[in-house]
Design a protein around this ligand. Structure first.
Ligand code: ASP
Length: 443
């Protein structure tokens, strides 16, 4: 596919990959290992050890202090020190004094929360461009948001494309862009992933490499399942399903620009560059892949409203009236498994908790059910796998595993895409359920 040495790659490095001078040198070695790694998107330095502070968090703190008209110097000096240590460790000449004087003045004079936060990526970019000898392209000039604060993908694509056309090698800081009036605006947290994807699309890259501190996505949460395997290949749609259920590594919005352009994403580990990582692709060719599932994820904290009424199926508009009650109350429903005369609506407990009596009363008024109950303590488990579409017996395997482990299934939902099976179990069974399903498929 795209791993011939000269294919064009956009490489994004996360905060832990740029936490100190040693990591900057690892990044340099990775970039220089392949000629095709021509456009580099850095994050702000992250944590060096678990109790450490992320530069972005310190910048938000500076903004907060400035906003309360307090002195930002103590926190600001810690940020300056972090960058100074990096520059000293790299032994390069960069004039950080002028940068820091300007940034301190701007933050103290209310240049805005997003401006403050963006300086972490900006400074990483300045240093990295010097270290690599790459051109520095300020993201504020080429990544654009419209007046309503929404990312403007088309103008951005043109501007970034034109700027990249003028430079064979460039560093483009992640996480921010600007509003039409020029003020800096950031994406949401973790947004450098999005910048990398935007740059990959505009560059017409063959591959978007996203370098972090894990060797890709794991098939299950390692805090729950011991030593889960890494996923080699996952499709964008499978990733959406797993991320929705809490499996994070990549910013949610990062898949859209590259997906649009058909560019695969490769999640890689800066500390283990020899690992192949996970490939995220539009379509996977599975002929050689005997594995039937791609991953398992789950979440606790759901409630289900169970509604029964004789002849419900003949009552036109029944479902709509129930869902309208939720809509009026601003509650999203997660799943809607139903029977002939029963309807079950799964919602997040935290959304419904404070207003549950009112919601139940309203549903009673709307549809006059024979019975209605609301139960908490439901955990959802999503078994995701494009392979399940083609193979008979995956559902039997899932439910067999749960039955053997003595776990009662409280809800089942399988979409017609057959990409996933969602199972509801008691929260107390959650960990056992994930482990039982994982071992069933992996043994
Ligand atoms: N530095 C920003 C954050 O901590 C953006 C990023 O790392 O992607 O959220």
């Amino acid at each position: 596919m795209c791993d011939n040495r000269d294919s064009l790659k956009v490489v994004k490095f996360g905060g832990s990959s740029l936490a100190d001078a040693e990591h900057f040198l690892q990044v340099k070695a990775i970039v220089e290992a392949e000629e095709g790694r021509r456009y580099v998107v850095p994050s702000a330095p992250g944590k060096r050890f678990p109790e450490d502070e992320k530069v972005t968090d310190m910048l938000y703190e500076c903004y907060r202090l400035a906003d309360e008209e307090k002195d930002i110097t103590p926190v600001f000096d810690r940020i300056r020190e972090r960058y100074q240590q990096i520059v000293d460790g790299l032994g390069i000449e960069v004039d950080l004094d002028t940068e820091f004087t300007n940034i301190k003045w701007a933050i103290s004079h209310q240049a805005g929360r997003d401006y403050a936060a963006s300086r972490g990526e900006y400074l990483s970019g300045v240093i990295l461009s010097k270290l690599l000898g790459y051109h520095f392209l300020d993201a504020a000039r080429i990544i654009k948001f419209s007046d309503n604060g929404k990312f403007d993908s088309e103008i951005t694509n043109e501007l970034v494309g034109a700027a990249l056309g003028r430079h064979v090698h460039a560093v483009i800081p992640g996480f921010y862009g600007s509003m039409p009036n020029g003020t800096v605006k950031t994406f949401s947290r973790g947004g450098s992933d999005v910048t990398g994807s935007i740059v990959a699309r505009a560059a017409g890259a063959d591959l978007y490499e996203n370098w972090t501190d894990v060797s890709g996505f794991m098939m299950a949460d390692p805090r729950i399942v011991k030593n889960p395997e890494t996923i080699d290949v996952i499709t964008y749609r499978e990733l959406r399903e797993l991320s929705y259920m809490g499996a994070g590594v990549l910013h949610e919005d990062a898949i859209f620009p590259v997906r649009f352009a058909g560019i695969p994403i490769n999640i890689r580990n800066t500390n283990r560059p020899e690992d192949a990582g996970t490939m995220i692709v539009a379509e996977a060719n599975d002929s050689a892949d005997a594995r039937k599932i791609t991953g398992i994820a789950g979440k606790k904290g759901f409630s289900h409203i169970n509604i029964e009424k004789d002849m419900m199926n003949a009552e036109v508009g029944f479902g709509r009236r129930v869902l309208e009650v939720l809509e009026r109350e601003g509650i999203c429903f997660e799943h809607l498994p139903s029977g002939i005369d029963t309807m079950c609506v799964v919602v997040s407990t935290k959304d419904i908790e404070a207003i549950k009596d009112r919601v139940i009363d309203e549903i009673k008024k709307e549809v006059n059910p024979d019975s209605i109950t609301l139960e908490d303590g439901l955990a959802l488990v999503a078994v995701v796998g494009r392979g399940m579409i083609k193979s008979a017996g995956s559902a039997a395997k899932v439910f067999g595993a749960l039955a053997n482990a003595g776990i009662n299934v409280r809800m089942i939902d399988q979409g017609s895409s057959e990409l996933n099976i969602i199972i509801g179990v008691d929260e107390a069974d959650y960990i056992n359920a994930l482990n039982a399903i994982y071992s069933e498929f992996m043994s």
